[in-house]
Design a protein around this ligand. Structure first.
Ligand SMILES: CC/C=C\C/C=C\C/C=C\C/C=C\C/C=C\C/C=C/C(=O)SCCNC(=O)CCNC(=O)[C@H](O)C(C)(C)COP(=O)(O)OP(=O)(O)OC[C@H]1O[C@@H](n2cnc3c(N)ncnc32)[C@H](O)[C@@H]1OP(=O)(O)O
Ligand SMILES: Cc1cc2nc3c(=O)[nH]c(=O)nc-3n(C[C@H](O)[C@H](O)[C@H](O)COP(=O)(O)OP(=O)(O)OC[C@H]3O[C@@H](n4cnc5c(N)ncnc54)[C@H](O)[C@@H]3O)c2cc1C
Length: 660
């Protein structure tokens, strides 16, 4: 029985076409759908018992699933793209994520042709397993502050890898703790007693025969992390070197080379390329944000349509909680954000692929913008997603707190995304630096790409919003101009404040809070703009484009309402115009309402991937919650172990004293 069928009948757009719009293309949809079903129908990938397992069982279970996934990849001859989807739908962080997601990309991006030829075939056949060992106990954000050393020994043509202090211990790398045989290790290069910056080195950590650590290497897991199950399926590790020798040709040498004689040769490639793997992964994290947020929103939306509280008239049904305006005002902006992040990630991927191609042809001019966009959007989308998942839990009331709602585990797995691949504040400060530089160069350099609007800064500073009615906000030009003006005015105001400091670094440190706000406003502008640009494309299917238009305005006007202080303080909007935007937002929520269930169905998630009783496709929530409670191990017996030993004596004592 489909308890949500009436809801599904309310929608006025073609859900199958929306699924394609969400996926990006019919090919991508079919590929993803095939992999989702493959995983959902395979009992090896069951995940409901995960939160009940102890750490050792949990990790072993992950190894079993990863081995099974690898077997499927080989047996079914899956492409790299199919394998990525398969791992995504298995939905369990594993050492293989870092092997495929960082170790291999680090070699691809920073290795020479010779190094790629040697290491990539081994890695791609999984004859070696690698991780990305950058962060240390003492330093994560400050990469130049890393302490591990790689000292060149001209006599033996080797580097000596060493951990000189406790704080130089590598700490956090996923896959390092128990599984990696190799790592790309980031260390200070020392040649002839001189420090030559941080570089990547391929280091073997464990024997390929018996997996024991090689001489001079101390390696292990760093211990339990937040939440049951969740990210504990990953063996984040600690690593120390005691004068471990590796051949010279294991330094990744695309950026700088060290010759046999101990000479440093710089190629034309900028030093920043050493950070290139992070640019790649940050871009994938933006796509993951839309997946995580859409999962949470799918659960909260379906449950909000099933759940009823108050409002019964003449004994009739109570009100579905999704019909409360307050519920809509919390839920629908998250639904719109999931779509917004999906489309901005699509754009970011194309920007990244373009930069990658240019880098391969030794053209580096677009790297700073790629860095700013990936850093800023990673920060913006992961912060909003982490907060959004928690909001979805609250939107589901008490039942959202049950593990069987799927939300606690999703939250626990997701929140480190605000920290890994760059702390979100640190990353926004990088965007701020980029914007300050752009503003300071306005007189002699025309800004391009996502900062092109800065080129119109004079007019953006003067012109105020012309919106007169609530309908007036349903105009892409009016909305985009509002976001451009706010970002440009905030950037200019900050630049003026910075100019008052004699020392720019001192000014930057003092004004960091304002600078982060400028960076956030710039990144929100990018997301809004890319959503409108998406709507310019041909999007087939009855009502699909119209529904996306509604979501685009919800996203933009929700942000405008939330940050109206900025819009008002910069003088671009009047209080009346801000309140017209809010009135329009209420109208938009009413337009989303009948389509809400269809809009989350369009994510095309299987019940397996959602992993939530509240978010079940059929809406059959209460019987399944009731059934699941009885499956809890505590309900194996009526009288629990420990009762007779610890509780009964207390009760008896009470009875005894009561008699007295
Ligand atoms: C289910 C999965 C299925 C399949 C798997 C497939 C894909 C998934 C992939 C991976 C899995 C995803 C997640 C897994 C989970 C966790 C993995 C986590 C991994 C990690 O966390 S790795 C460690 C990450 N660490 C960081 O991010 C550190 C943050 N710090 C920095 O980035 C920098 O050091 C910082 C903050 C930029 C330092 O700034 P500073 O100014 O001190 O630096 P420099 O002086 O060195 O440089 C200044 C100069 O360089 C420019 N710049 C800085 N960074 C970059 C860059 N990345 N690219 C290009 N340019 C950069 C900066 O703008 C300055 O330029 P300027 O001189 O001003 O022109
Ligand atoms: C689950 C998980 C997986 C990870 N996987 C890996 C991995 O595979 N490989 C790897 O190498 N690393 C990995 N990391 C490490 C991760 O990249 C770092 O933790 C991250 O970059 C943040 O650095 P940090 O821990 O040094 O934080 P810190 O920089 O110490 O941050 C602490 C606080 O200081 C603030 N702060 C720091 N610098 C500044 C500044 N300049 N201005 C203002 N505020 C500042 C931050 O905002 C934050 O509030 C992982 C981390 C986690 C949690």
């Amino acid at each position: 029985m489909d308890y949500l069928s009436d809801e599904r009948k309310k929608s006025d757009f073609d859900v199958e076409a929306m699924k394609v719009a969400w996926a990006g293309s019919i090919q991508e949809f079919q590929l993803s759908d095939r992999m989702a079903k493959l995983v959902a129908n395979d009992p090896v990938f069951e995940k409901f018992t995960r939160p009940m397992l102890g750490r050792k069982e949990l990790l072993k279970n992950t190894l079993r699933k990863s081995a099974h996934a690898w077997k499927l990849i080989i047996d079914l001859r899956l492409s790299e793209e199919e394998a990525k989807w398969l791992r995504l739908y298995v939905d369990e962080p594993a050492y293989t994520d870092l092997h495929w997601g960082m170790f291999i990309p680090a070699i691809e991006g920073q290795g020479t042709e010779e190094q790629k030829k040697k290491w990539l075939p081994l890695a791609k056949k999984m004859q070696i397993i690698g991780c990305y060992a950058q962060t240390e106990l003492g330093h994560g954000s400050n990469v130049q502050g890393l302490e591990t050393t790689a000292t060149f020994d001209t006599r033996t043509d080797e580097f000596i890898m060493h951990s000189p202090t406790l704080t130089s211990s590598k700490w956090w790398p996923g896959g390092l703790g128990k599984l990696s045989t190799h790592a790309v290790v980031y260390a200070r290069l020392i040649v002839g007693g001189q420090f030559h910056g941080v570089h990547g080195f391929i280091v073997q950590l464990r024997s390929l025969e018996d997996h024991s650590p090689l001489p001079g290497i101390t390696v292990g897991d760093i211990g339990l992390k937040f939440g049951n199950g969740a990210y504990n399926t990953m063996d984040n590790g600690v690593l120390r070197f005691d004068h471990v020798r590796i051949p010279r040709n294991q330094m990744l040498m695309r950026v700088s080379q060290v010759t046999k004689e101990g000479k440093i040769m710089q190629s034309d490639v900028p030093r920043q390329l050493i950070y290139g793997t992070m640019v790649y992964v940050r871009q994938t994290i933006v796509a993951d944000a839309s997946k995580a947020l859409s999962r949470a929103v799918c659960i909260a939306t379906r449950y909000s349509a099933v759940r009823r509280q108050f409002g019964s008239r003449d004994g009739g049904p109570e009100t579905q909680v999704i019909d409360y305006k307050t519920q809509q005002s919390r839920l629908f902006p998250l639904l719109a954000s999931a779509y917004a992040f999906r489309f901005v990630s699509e754009w970011l991927k194309s920007l990244y692929l373009d930069v990658k191609q240019r880098l391969e042809a030794n053209e580096f001019s677009t790297l700073p913008e790629a860095h700013a966009c990936t850093a800023g959007l990673k920060s913006l989308t992961t912060t909003a997603t982490a907060d959004g998942i928690e909001e979805c839990r609250k939107l589901c009331g008490g039942h959202g707190y049950l593990v069987s709602s799927g939300l606690p585990e999703l939250f626990a797995v997701y929140i480190p995304a605000c920290t890994y691949e760059g702390d979100n504040v640190v990353l926004m400060l990088q965007v701020a630096r980029f914007l300050v530089k752009t503003v300071s160069e306005l007189g002699h350099k025309k800004p391009v790409g996502t900062t092109a609007y800065m080129g119109r800064v004079a007019s953006l500073m003067q012109k105020n919003s012309a919106v007169q009615t609530a309908e007036g906000w349903l105009n892409p030009g009016a909305v985009v101009e509002a976001f451009e003006s706010r970002a440009a005015r905030m950037a200019v105001r900050c630049a003026q404040e910075l100019a008052k400091f004699g020392n720019p670094e001192e000014g930057f440190a003092e004004l960091a809070v304002d600078l982060v706000e400028v960076a956030v406003s710039h990144c929100q502008l990018i997301v809004v703009t890319k959503f409108f640009e998406k709507l310019q494309q041909d999007i087939p299917g009855k009502g699909v484009k119209e529904s996306l238009e509604v979501l685009c305005y919800v996203y933009a006007l929700f942000l405008l309402h939330k940050h109206q202080g900025d819009f008002l303080a910069t003088g671009y909007l009047t209080p009346k115009q801000a309140s017209l935007a809010n009135a329009q937002l209420r109208t938009l929520y009413s337009k989303v309402r009948p389509n809400a269930i269809a809009l989350v169905d369009s994510f095309s998630y299987t019940d397996h991937y959602l992993g939530s009783i509240l978010g079940r496709y059929d809406g059959n929530v209460y019987p399944k919650l009731y059934e699941a409670a009885w499956e809890d191990p505590l309900n194996d017996s009526d009288v629990i172990d420990g009762f007779h030993q610890y509780v009964q004596p207390i009760l008896k004592q009470r009875l005894h004293s009561a008699k007295l």
